[in-house]
Structures are given as C-alpha cells and as structure tokens.
Design a protein around this ligand. Structure first.
Ligand SMILES: [Zn+2]
Length: 725
C-alpha cells in the first residue's frame, strides 16, 4: 500500500473537492514585505522559524536535529497564509495572464507549506504522539479551507481559463500544455465554471457529503467493534494458537466481560483472519455472520440509511457538474478515463474467475467429503479448507524461509541490486543526515554516471506510534523548476528482532520491500520541470503500477541468487523451496482475485447510478448487482459488502476500487514485455525509465504506456500470473 497524504500540495489543491465554505481562521502575525519584482505591490507574508527557508542539509533534507514539535503548527499556519497570499498575488496581477505569471507562479507557490507539511505528515503516520495528532486535528480543516479558497478563486480561475482558451496561440511545449490543461480541468472539475447559484448548491452538497462520509466512518468503526464475536465456551475456539486465545481473553477483559469470556474482534474485510484456524464449524459460521451483518443490525450502527443518502448526493453532484454519474465524474483524470472502460476491464475477467471458483470449490468439496463431512463449502468454511489444501499441496513453513531473508541483505543485495541492474543506480549508506527515529537509515542514491540522484530513508520496524501497513512518500519533490532532487522514504511494519538476534523478515515482507521501493523509484527517477506532474503525482489507477511491477524482480533468478542467502552459512536458498514459493503464489486465486473484482464491480454499480435512480433498498440493490455478475458469490462474496465498504463511502476510493486490479494488469503486462524482450537488462531498464518512470503525469497514461510497450495493456498476462489461464 502507498499512503497518499503527501502528494504535492499543488496537486492537493487541485484534487481537493470544495468540501467546505469555511474561511481560513486568523493567520498568525508575520512580517509582511512587498514583492518588488511585480509591477504592483502584493503583500506576501514572510515566514519565520526553521521551515521558512529550505534546509541547508544535502538534498534539502529536513534537519531533524533542529526541528521541534512546537515548530509545526505556527509553520503550517504561516505556510497557509503565504500560499493564499501568493495565489491572491497571481489573481490580482494587473498584467495580462501569461503562462509564466500564472501557471509557473502557481507551481512555485506554497513552498513553505510543502516543507513543513511533508515532514509533519510523515511523522503523524510514522512516529506520532498525542500532541502531533492534536495539531493534525486543528490544522486539517484549515488546509481544506485553503484548497477551497484557491479552487474557487474567480479571479485566479479567470486567468487560467484565458490561458486555456488561447492555448493554441501560446507556443507552449508539451509539458507546459499538460500542466495548463490539468490545472484548468481540475478547477472546472471542482466547480469553477458554475454560476454563483450552482456554486452555492455544490458547496452545500459537498458539506453534506463530508459530514455523511465522516458519520459513515464512525458508525462503521463502532459497528465493527460491537460486532465482535463473544464466546463463553472455550471449546468454540479450538484450533486457535495460544497467542490468539490469550488475545481474545484480554479483549474480553478489556471490555469488562466476566472471566471465561473471549472476544474475537472483527477486521474490516468480509473474511476474518482467524477463520482458517477455527476447527469448530458452528463457531466459524457465527464469526462469519458477525462480519457479514456488522452494519445491518437495524440499530444506531446501521449504515444503510447513510449509504442511500451518500449515493444520491454523489449522483446529484455529478449531474450538477455535467457528468452522467459519479463514476464518470471521478474517472475523468484516471488512466481508465471512463466507467465503461473500468467495468469492461473487470468483466473480461469474469469467465476465468467463475471457472476458477468452481474448480476450487470442487476441490474443497472433495476434501470435505473425504473427511466425512455432509455439507458443501460456504463462505464461512472457505478459508479453513483453503488453508488445509494449501498445507497439503505446498507444505510451506515460514520458518524454513526466513533464515534466507536477512533484512539488510534483502535491501542492499536484493532491492538495490535490482535497481542497479535495471537503472544503473548505486547506493551508499550515510550517517550524517539527522533522522526522526534511531531505527531509520539513510542512503544516497547515485545515478549511472555517478552523479547524486536522490536521498532514500528506510524505516522498517513496527512501532506503537506508527500506522499499520507500508508506504512511501517524499520529504522533497523532484522539480527542475524548483531545482530540487527527490528525498524519499519507505516506511513499513516488520517485526523487530530481539536484541542480539538476526533481523530476519518473511517472504511477504521481502515482497513488500520490493513493492515500496517501486514507489520510491517512481519518485527518484522522476525527471520533470513542474512539481505538480512529477514523480508519484499520478492517478490512482496508475500509481500502484511501478510498485507492483518492481515486485517481479524479487524472484528473478539473478536477483534472488544475489540476496537470498542463509544468514549464518551464506548458502543459497534451495531451488525446491523457491519453486514451492512461486507455485504457492497462484493458489486460491478464484477467491482472492474474485472477492476483489466483485467488490470493484459493486463499487461501480453504485456509482454509475444516475441522479434520478432513487434506490431505496441497499440489500435489494446489492443482491441484484451481485447476481448479475455470473460468479459464485454464494461461495465467494465481495471483499467488502456495501454496508461496510469503507473505501468507497468514506475513504476517497469511490468508483476507484478497480484501480488495484487495473494496476495489477499493467504490472503483469509490463513484465511480460520485459520477458519477451530479454528480461532484466540495463537497456530495457533505461527504456522503461525514460518512457514511463521518469514521466510523472507529463503525458496521458494510456499514451505513455502504448508508446513504451508498443501496444495497449492486455489482461492475459495477469490471468496467467494468477494461475487463471
Ligand atoms: Zn503500493
């Protein structure tokens, strides 16, 4: 996963929807100086403190030896005031708009805010505390208000529009035309062309949506907590390991339940992590039912009334902005561009998925029968038997694999080695750059000609004050215009070894390292003038492509041989073990891909409703939508049911859940291109770097891909890699 809180604020400004009409609060007193270079006298406040100027450390790396917690809030407030003043100065310039005095000036605006917010955002995810969280709570609405104020600034928009309408006569190069077009489109998309009455309507819809989405998130969190399975007969937990039982006992005590009670908490997905181990069939069904019905109890946590309101408001919003439905409105700047394209892509997979699901169900049913069971597989049983089958077929033991995966070895001789073979990069650890936590290591990244390319921070270990998962982001963006080189970090949550023990990671962890470093490469190899189109500032259905693609190199024989060595003996990982790991990766894909594709189609069904659709029954709509797919949804339900689909109702992934599968298609198709063209060579890497990884959003994604691959991406390599063909 990649977190997206830190895309350049320039991009955020444009991507942010006009969620509130609130004005910014009083800005702190800062020294004001007129800008002499302009023919009029706009007053731009001058920042103070450590974030007022670029850091003087190499690569403008944040100086964590000097930054204090008390620096953030005033710097964010000053940064907001400065950016607003900068945009006002652009908007009120009496000279006719030019690309330089409008678009370039805008690209250069907000640098202090970027400096502080990139660091602050990194820490609230990777190393937070109550104080930072409180600052986040206070400053987030101010940032949202700033975005609205810029997006809906009529004078600023008029200048952008004048340039856009005259773009053919401006003599712009391709990058300039792209930045102008994206700036214009994004403002229009957020309502800049609407008349005042419609703008008011939009603001009101946005405000209402924002509260409803927040309310959905809160109800779901509560419903998920309250939906936990409570067990008073320990035998129901048969099959669970001692740690899971102890955790269930503690969860019950934490909730004040009497001794002898056990609480199995719910995760956000339909399937639950303990189901594969639970041997009591009735208990499995009870846990599954809790999961499936968590938000449909008809009580205060029932999310269905909210969903009907959100879906209807989104459809109204789309109509107001001239789109046929909300998915059309959302997808305009994605690689897929239209809902029809996204739906068509997903539907292409249905026949192969249906066949795989039936095949896997048959295999599971045969196992049940052989064990004397008098039933056929249900969703509540699926993971339990799939796990049994996996063990029977592959006999994989994680402890057999880990000794070959010492973390520094995986990083330096695996991840870095692959980047060297493909892109000519070399890496040197350095200890002179201050870090925000002693676990963080820093490397200088050198290009193939020996020049300095980027700075890379690696923060691997789980901490209590770190968000879950793994992600990449920037401290500094690459930009020719600003003269900055990328400063990038990867954060993850691997289990830290006990003192004195070797730092071994799992096969999945190693895969995550390649994944996150794929994002890092997308940032490091960026070669753009304008920051708003640089690096990973790309669409949801593109940004996970370079990261997923980079995972492929982990099992390249040359790479694997270079890093997968026993930490004690140096012996290479046995070939039979490697073969088993590779083969296991195609197991159970009718379920794994099926539940994701089903969820993605459910998302798009909801968001292709027109403004006059008038859906009144969430379950009836869902049942009809699922039945229309021709999949075995009675055995393989969606990864998220409508009523607990947080991604689409409160997390900004409305109409975009397909992006996970879409980027996977790009990944496998791209890797197939490499395989057909000589595999891992410097020439192939350089070509990919020049035509894709360095290009940010300087071109439309589909054109970029077609030029590189010589064809459009196809779904076949993905189905093959998933073992579905
Ligand atoms: Zn990712």
């Amino acid at each position: 996963m990649r977190k997206l809180p830190l895309v350049s604020l320039t991009a955020l400004v444009l991507a942010g929807c006009a969620a509130s009409s609130a004005t910014t609060e009083a800005t702190p007193a800062v020294e004001a100086t007129p800008v002499a270079a302009l023919p009029y006298a706009p007053v731009i406040p001058k920042g103070t403190g450590i974030f007022a100027e670029a850091s003087t450390l190499p690569f403008q790396a944040p100086d964590f030896s000097k930054i204090k917690e008390s620096d953030y809030e005033p710097a964010i407030e000053q940064g907001i005031a400065i950016q607003l003043a900068e945009v006002d100065a652009i908007a009120n310039n009496p000279e006719a708009p030019t690309f330089d005095n409008t678009i370039v000036a805008y690209e250069k605006s907000g640098q202090m805010l970027n400096r502080v917010y990139y660091v602050f955002g990194a820490l609230t995810s990777a190393n937070t505390n109550d104080n930072l969280d409180a600052i986040d709570g206070r400053t987030a609405p101010k940032l949202a208000a700033m975005r609205d104020s810029i997006t809906l600034n009529p004078k600023f928009f008029q200048r952008v529009k004048t340039l856009y309408d005259n773009r053919a006569t401006l003599n712009l190069d391709a990058d300039q035309l792209q930045v102008l077009t994206l700036t214009y489109n994004n403002m229009v998309h957020n309502g800049a062309l609407l008349d005042d009455a419609a703008k008011e309507q939009l603001k009101s819809i946005n405000g209402e949506l924002s509260s409803l989405q927040t309310e959905f998130g809160q109800k779901l969190t509560k419903g998920t907590k309250d939906g936990a399975l409570v067990v008073t007969d320990k035998r129901k937990l048969a099959g669970l390991d001692a740690a899971s039982i102890a955790a269930a006992e503690k969860a019950a005590a934490d909730r004040g339940l009497p001794k002898g009670s056990y609480v199995v908490s719910l995760q956000n997905t339909t399937q639950q992590p303990l189901l594969p181990s639970m041997t009591d069939r009735g208990a499995r069904q009870a846990l599954f039912d809790k999961s499936w019905n968590r938000s449909e109890g008809g009580d205060a946590n029932d999310t269905r009334p909210l969903i009907l309101k959100i879906a209807a408001l989104r459809a109204r919003k789309a109509k107001l902005l001239g789109a046929g439905n909300y998915a059309e409105f959302q997808l305009y700047d994605q690689m897929a561009q239209t809902p029809a394209k996204a739906i068509g892509f997903l539907e292409q997979m249905l026949p192969a998925l249906a066949a795989a699901q039936q095949r896997d169900a048959n295999e599971i049913n045969a196992m049940i029968k052989a064990e004397g069971g008098k039933f056929t597989v249900t969703p509540a049983d699926w993971d339990f038997y799939a796990e049994k089958l996996r063990k029977k077929k592959f006999a994989l033991d994680a402890n057999e694999v880990k000794p070959y995966l010492e973390i520094t070895n995986v990083l330096e001789n695996g991840v870095f080695y692959a980047a060297n073979q493909l892109y000519g990069l070399t890496f040197k650890k350095r200890t002179d750059i201050p870090v925000y936590h002693p676990d963080v290591t820093v490397y200088t990244v050198y290009d193939h000609d020996g020049s300095e390319l980027a700075l890379f921070y690696f923060d691997p270990w789980k901490r209590d004050n770190k968000s879950g998962g793994a992600w990449m982001s920037n401290f500094v963006d690459q930009s020719g215009l600003l003269g900055t080189k990328p400063v990038i970090f990867n954060v993850s949550n691997y289990t830290k070894p006990a003192p004195g023990q070797p730092a071994l990671v799992t096969w999945d962890d190693a895969n995550t390292m390649f994944h996150e470093f794929g994002h890092a490469l997308h940032g490091m190899l960026s070669n753009q003038r304008y920051p708003s189109i640089a690096g990973t500032n790309t669409a949801r259905d593109f940004v996970e492509f370079p990261s997923q693609f980079n995972e492929n190199w982990m099992t390249d024989p040359k790479v694997l041989a270079n890093f997968a060595k026993h930490y004690k003996t140096g012996a290479p990982m046995p070939a039979a073990l490697v073969a088993k790991l590779k083969k296991a990766s195609t197991f159970n894909q009718g379920y794994a891909l099926g539940e994701a594709v089903t969820a993605a189609l459910l998302d798009l069904k909801w968001h292709t409703l027109g403004a006059d659709a008038n859906v009144t029954d969430v379950n009836a709509f869902e049942n009809k939508a699922l039945a229309s797919l021709g999949l075995h949804v009675d055995k393989v339900p969606p990864r998220y049911r409508t009523s607990y689909f947080r991604h689409i109702w409160s997390n900004g992934y409305a109409s975009a859940y397909y992006a996970y599968s879409w980027t996977e298609m790009l990944n496998h198709d791209a890797f197939a291109w490499f395989e057909a063209n000589g595999g891992m060579t410097r020439a192939n890497g350089q070509r990919f770097r020049d035509m894709v990884l360095s290009r940010g959003h300087s071109r439309e994604y589909a054109d970029m891909y077609r030029d590189w691959a010589g064809r459009d991406p196809s779904i076949e390599p993905m189905l093959k890699a998933r073992g579905l063909k």
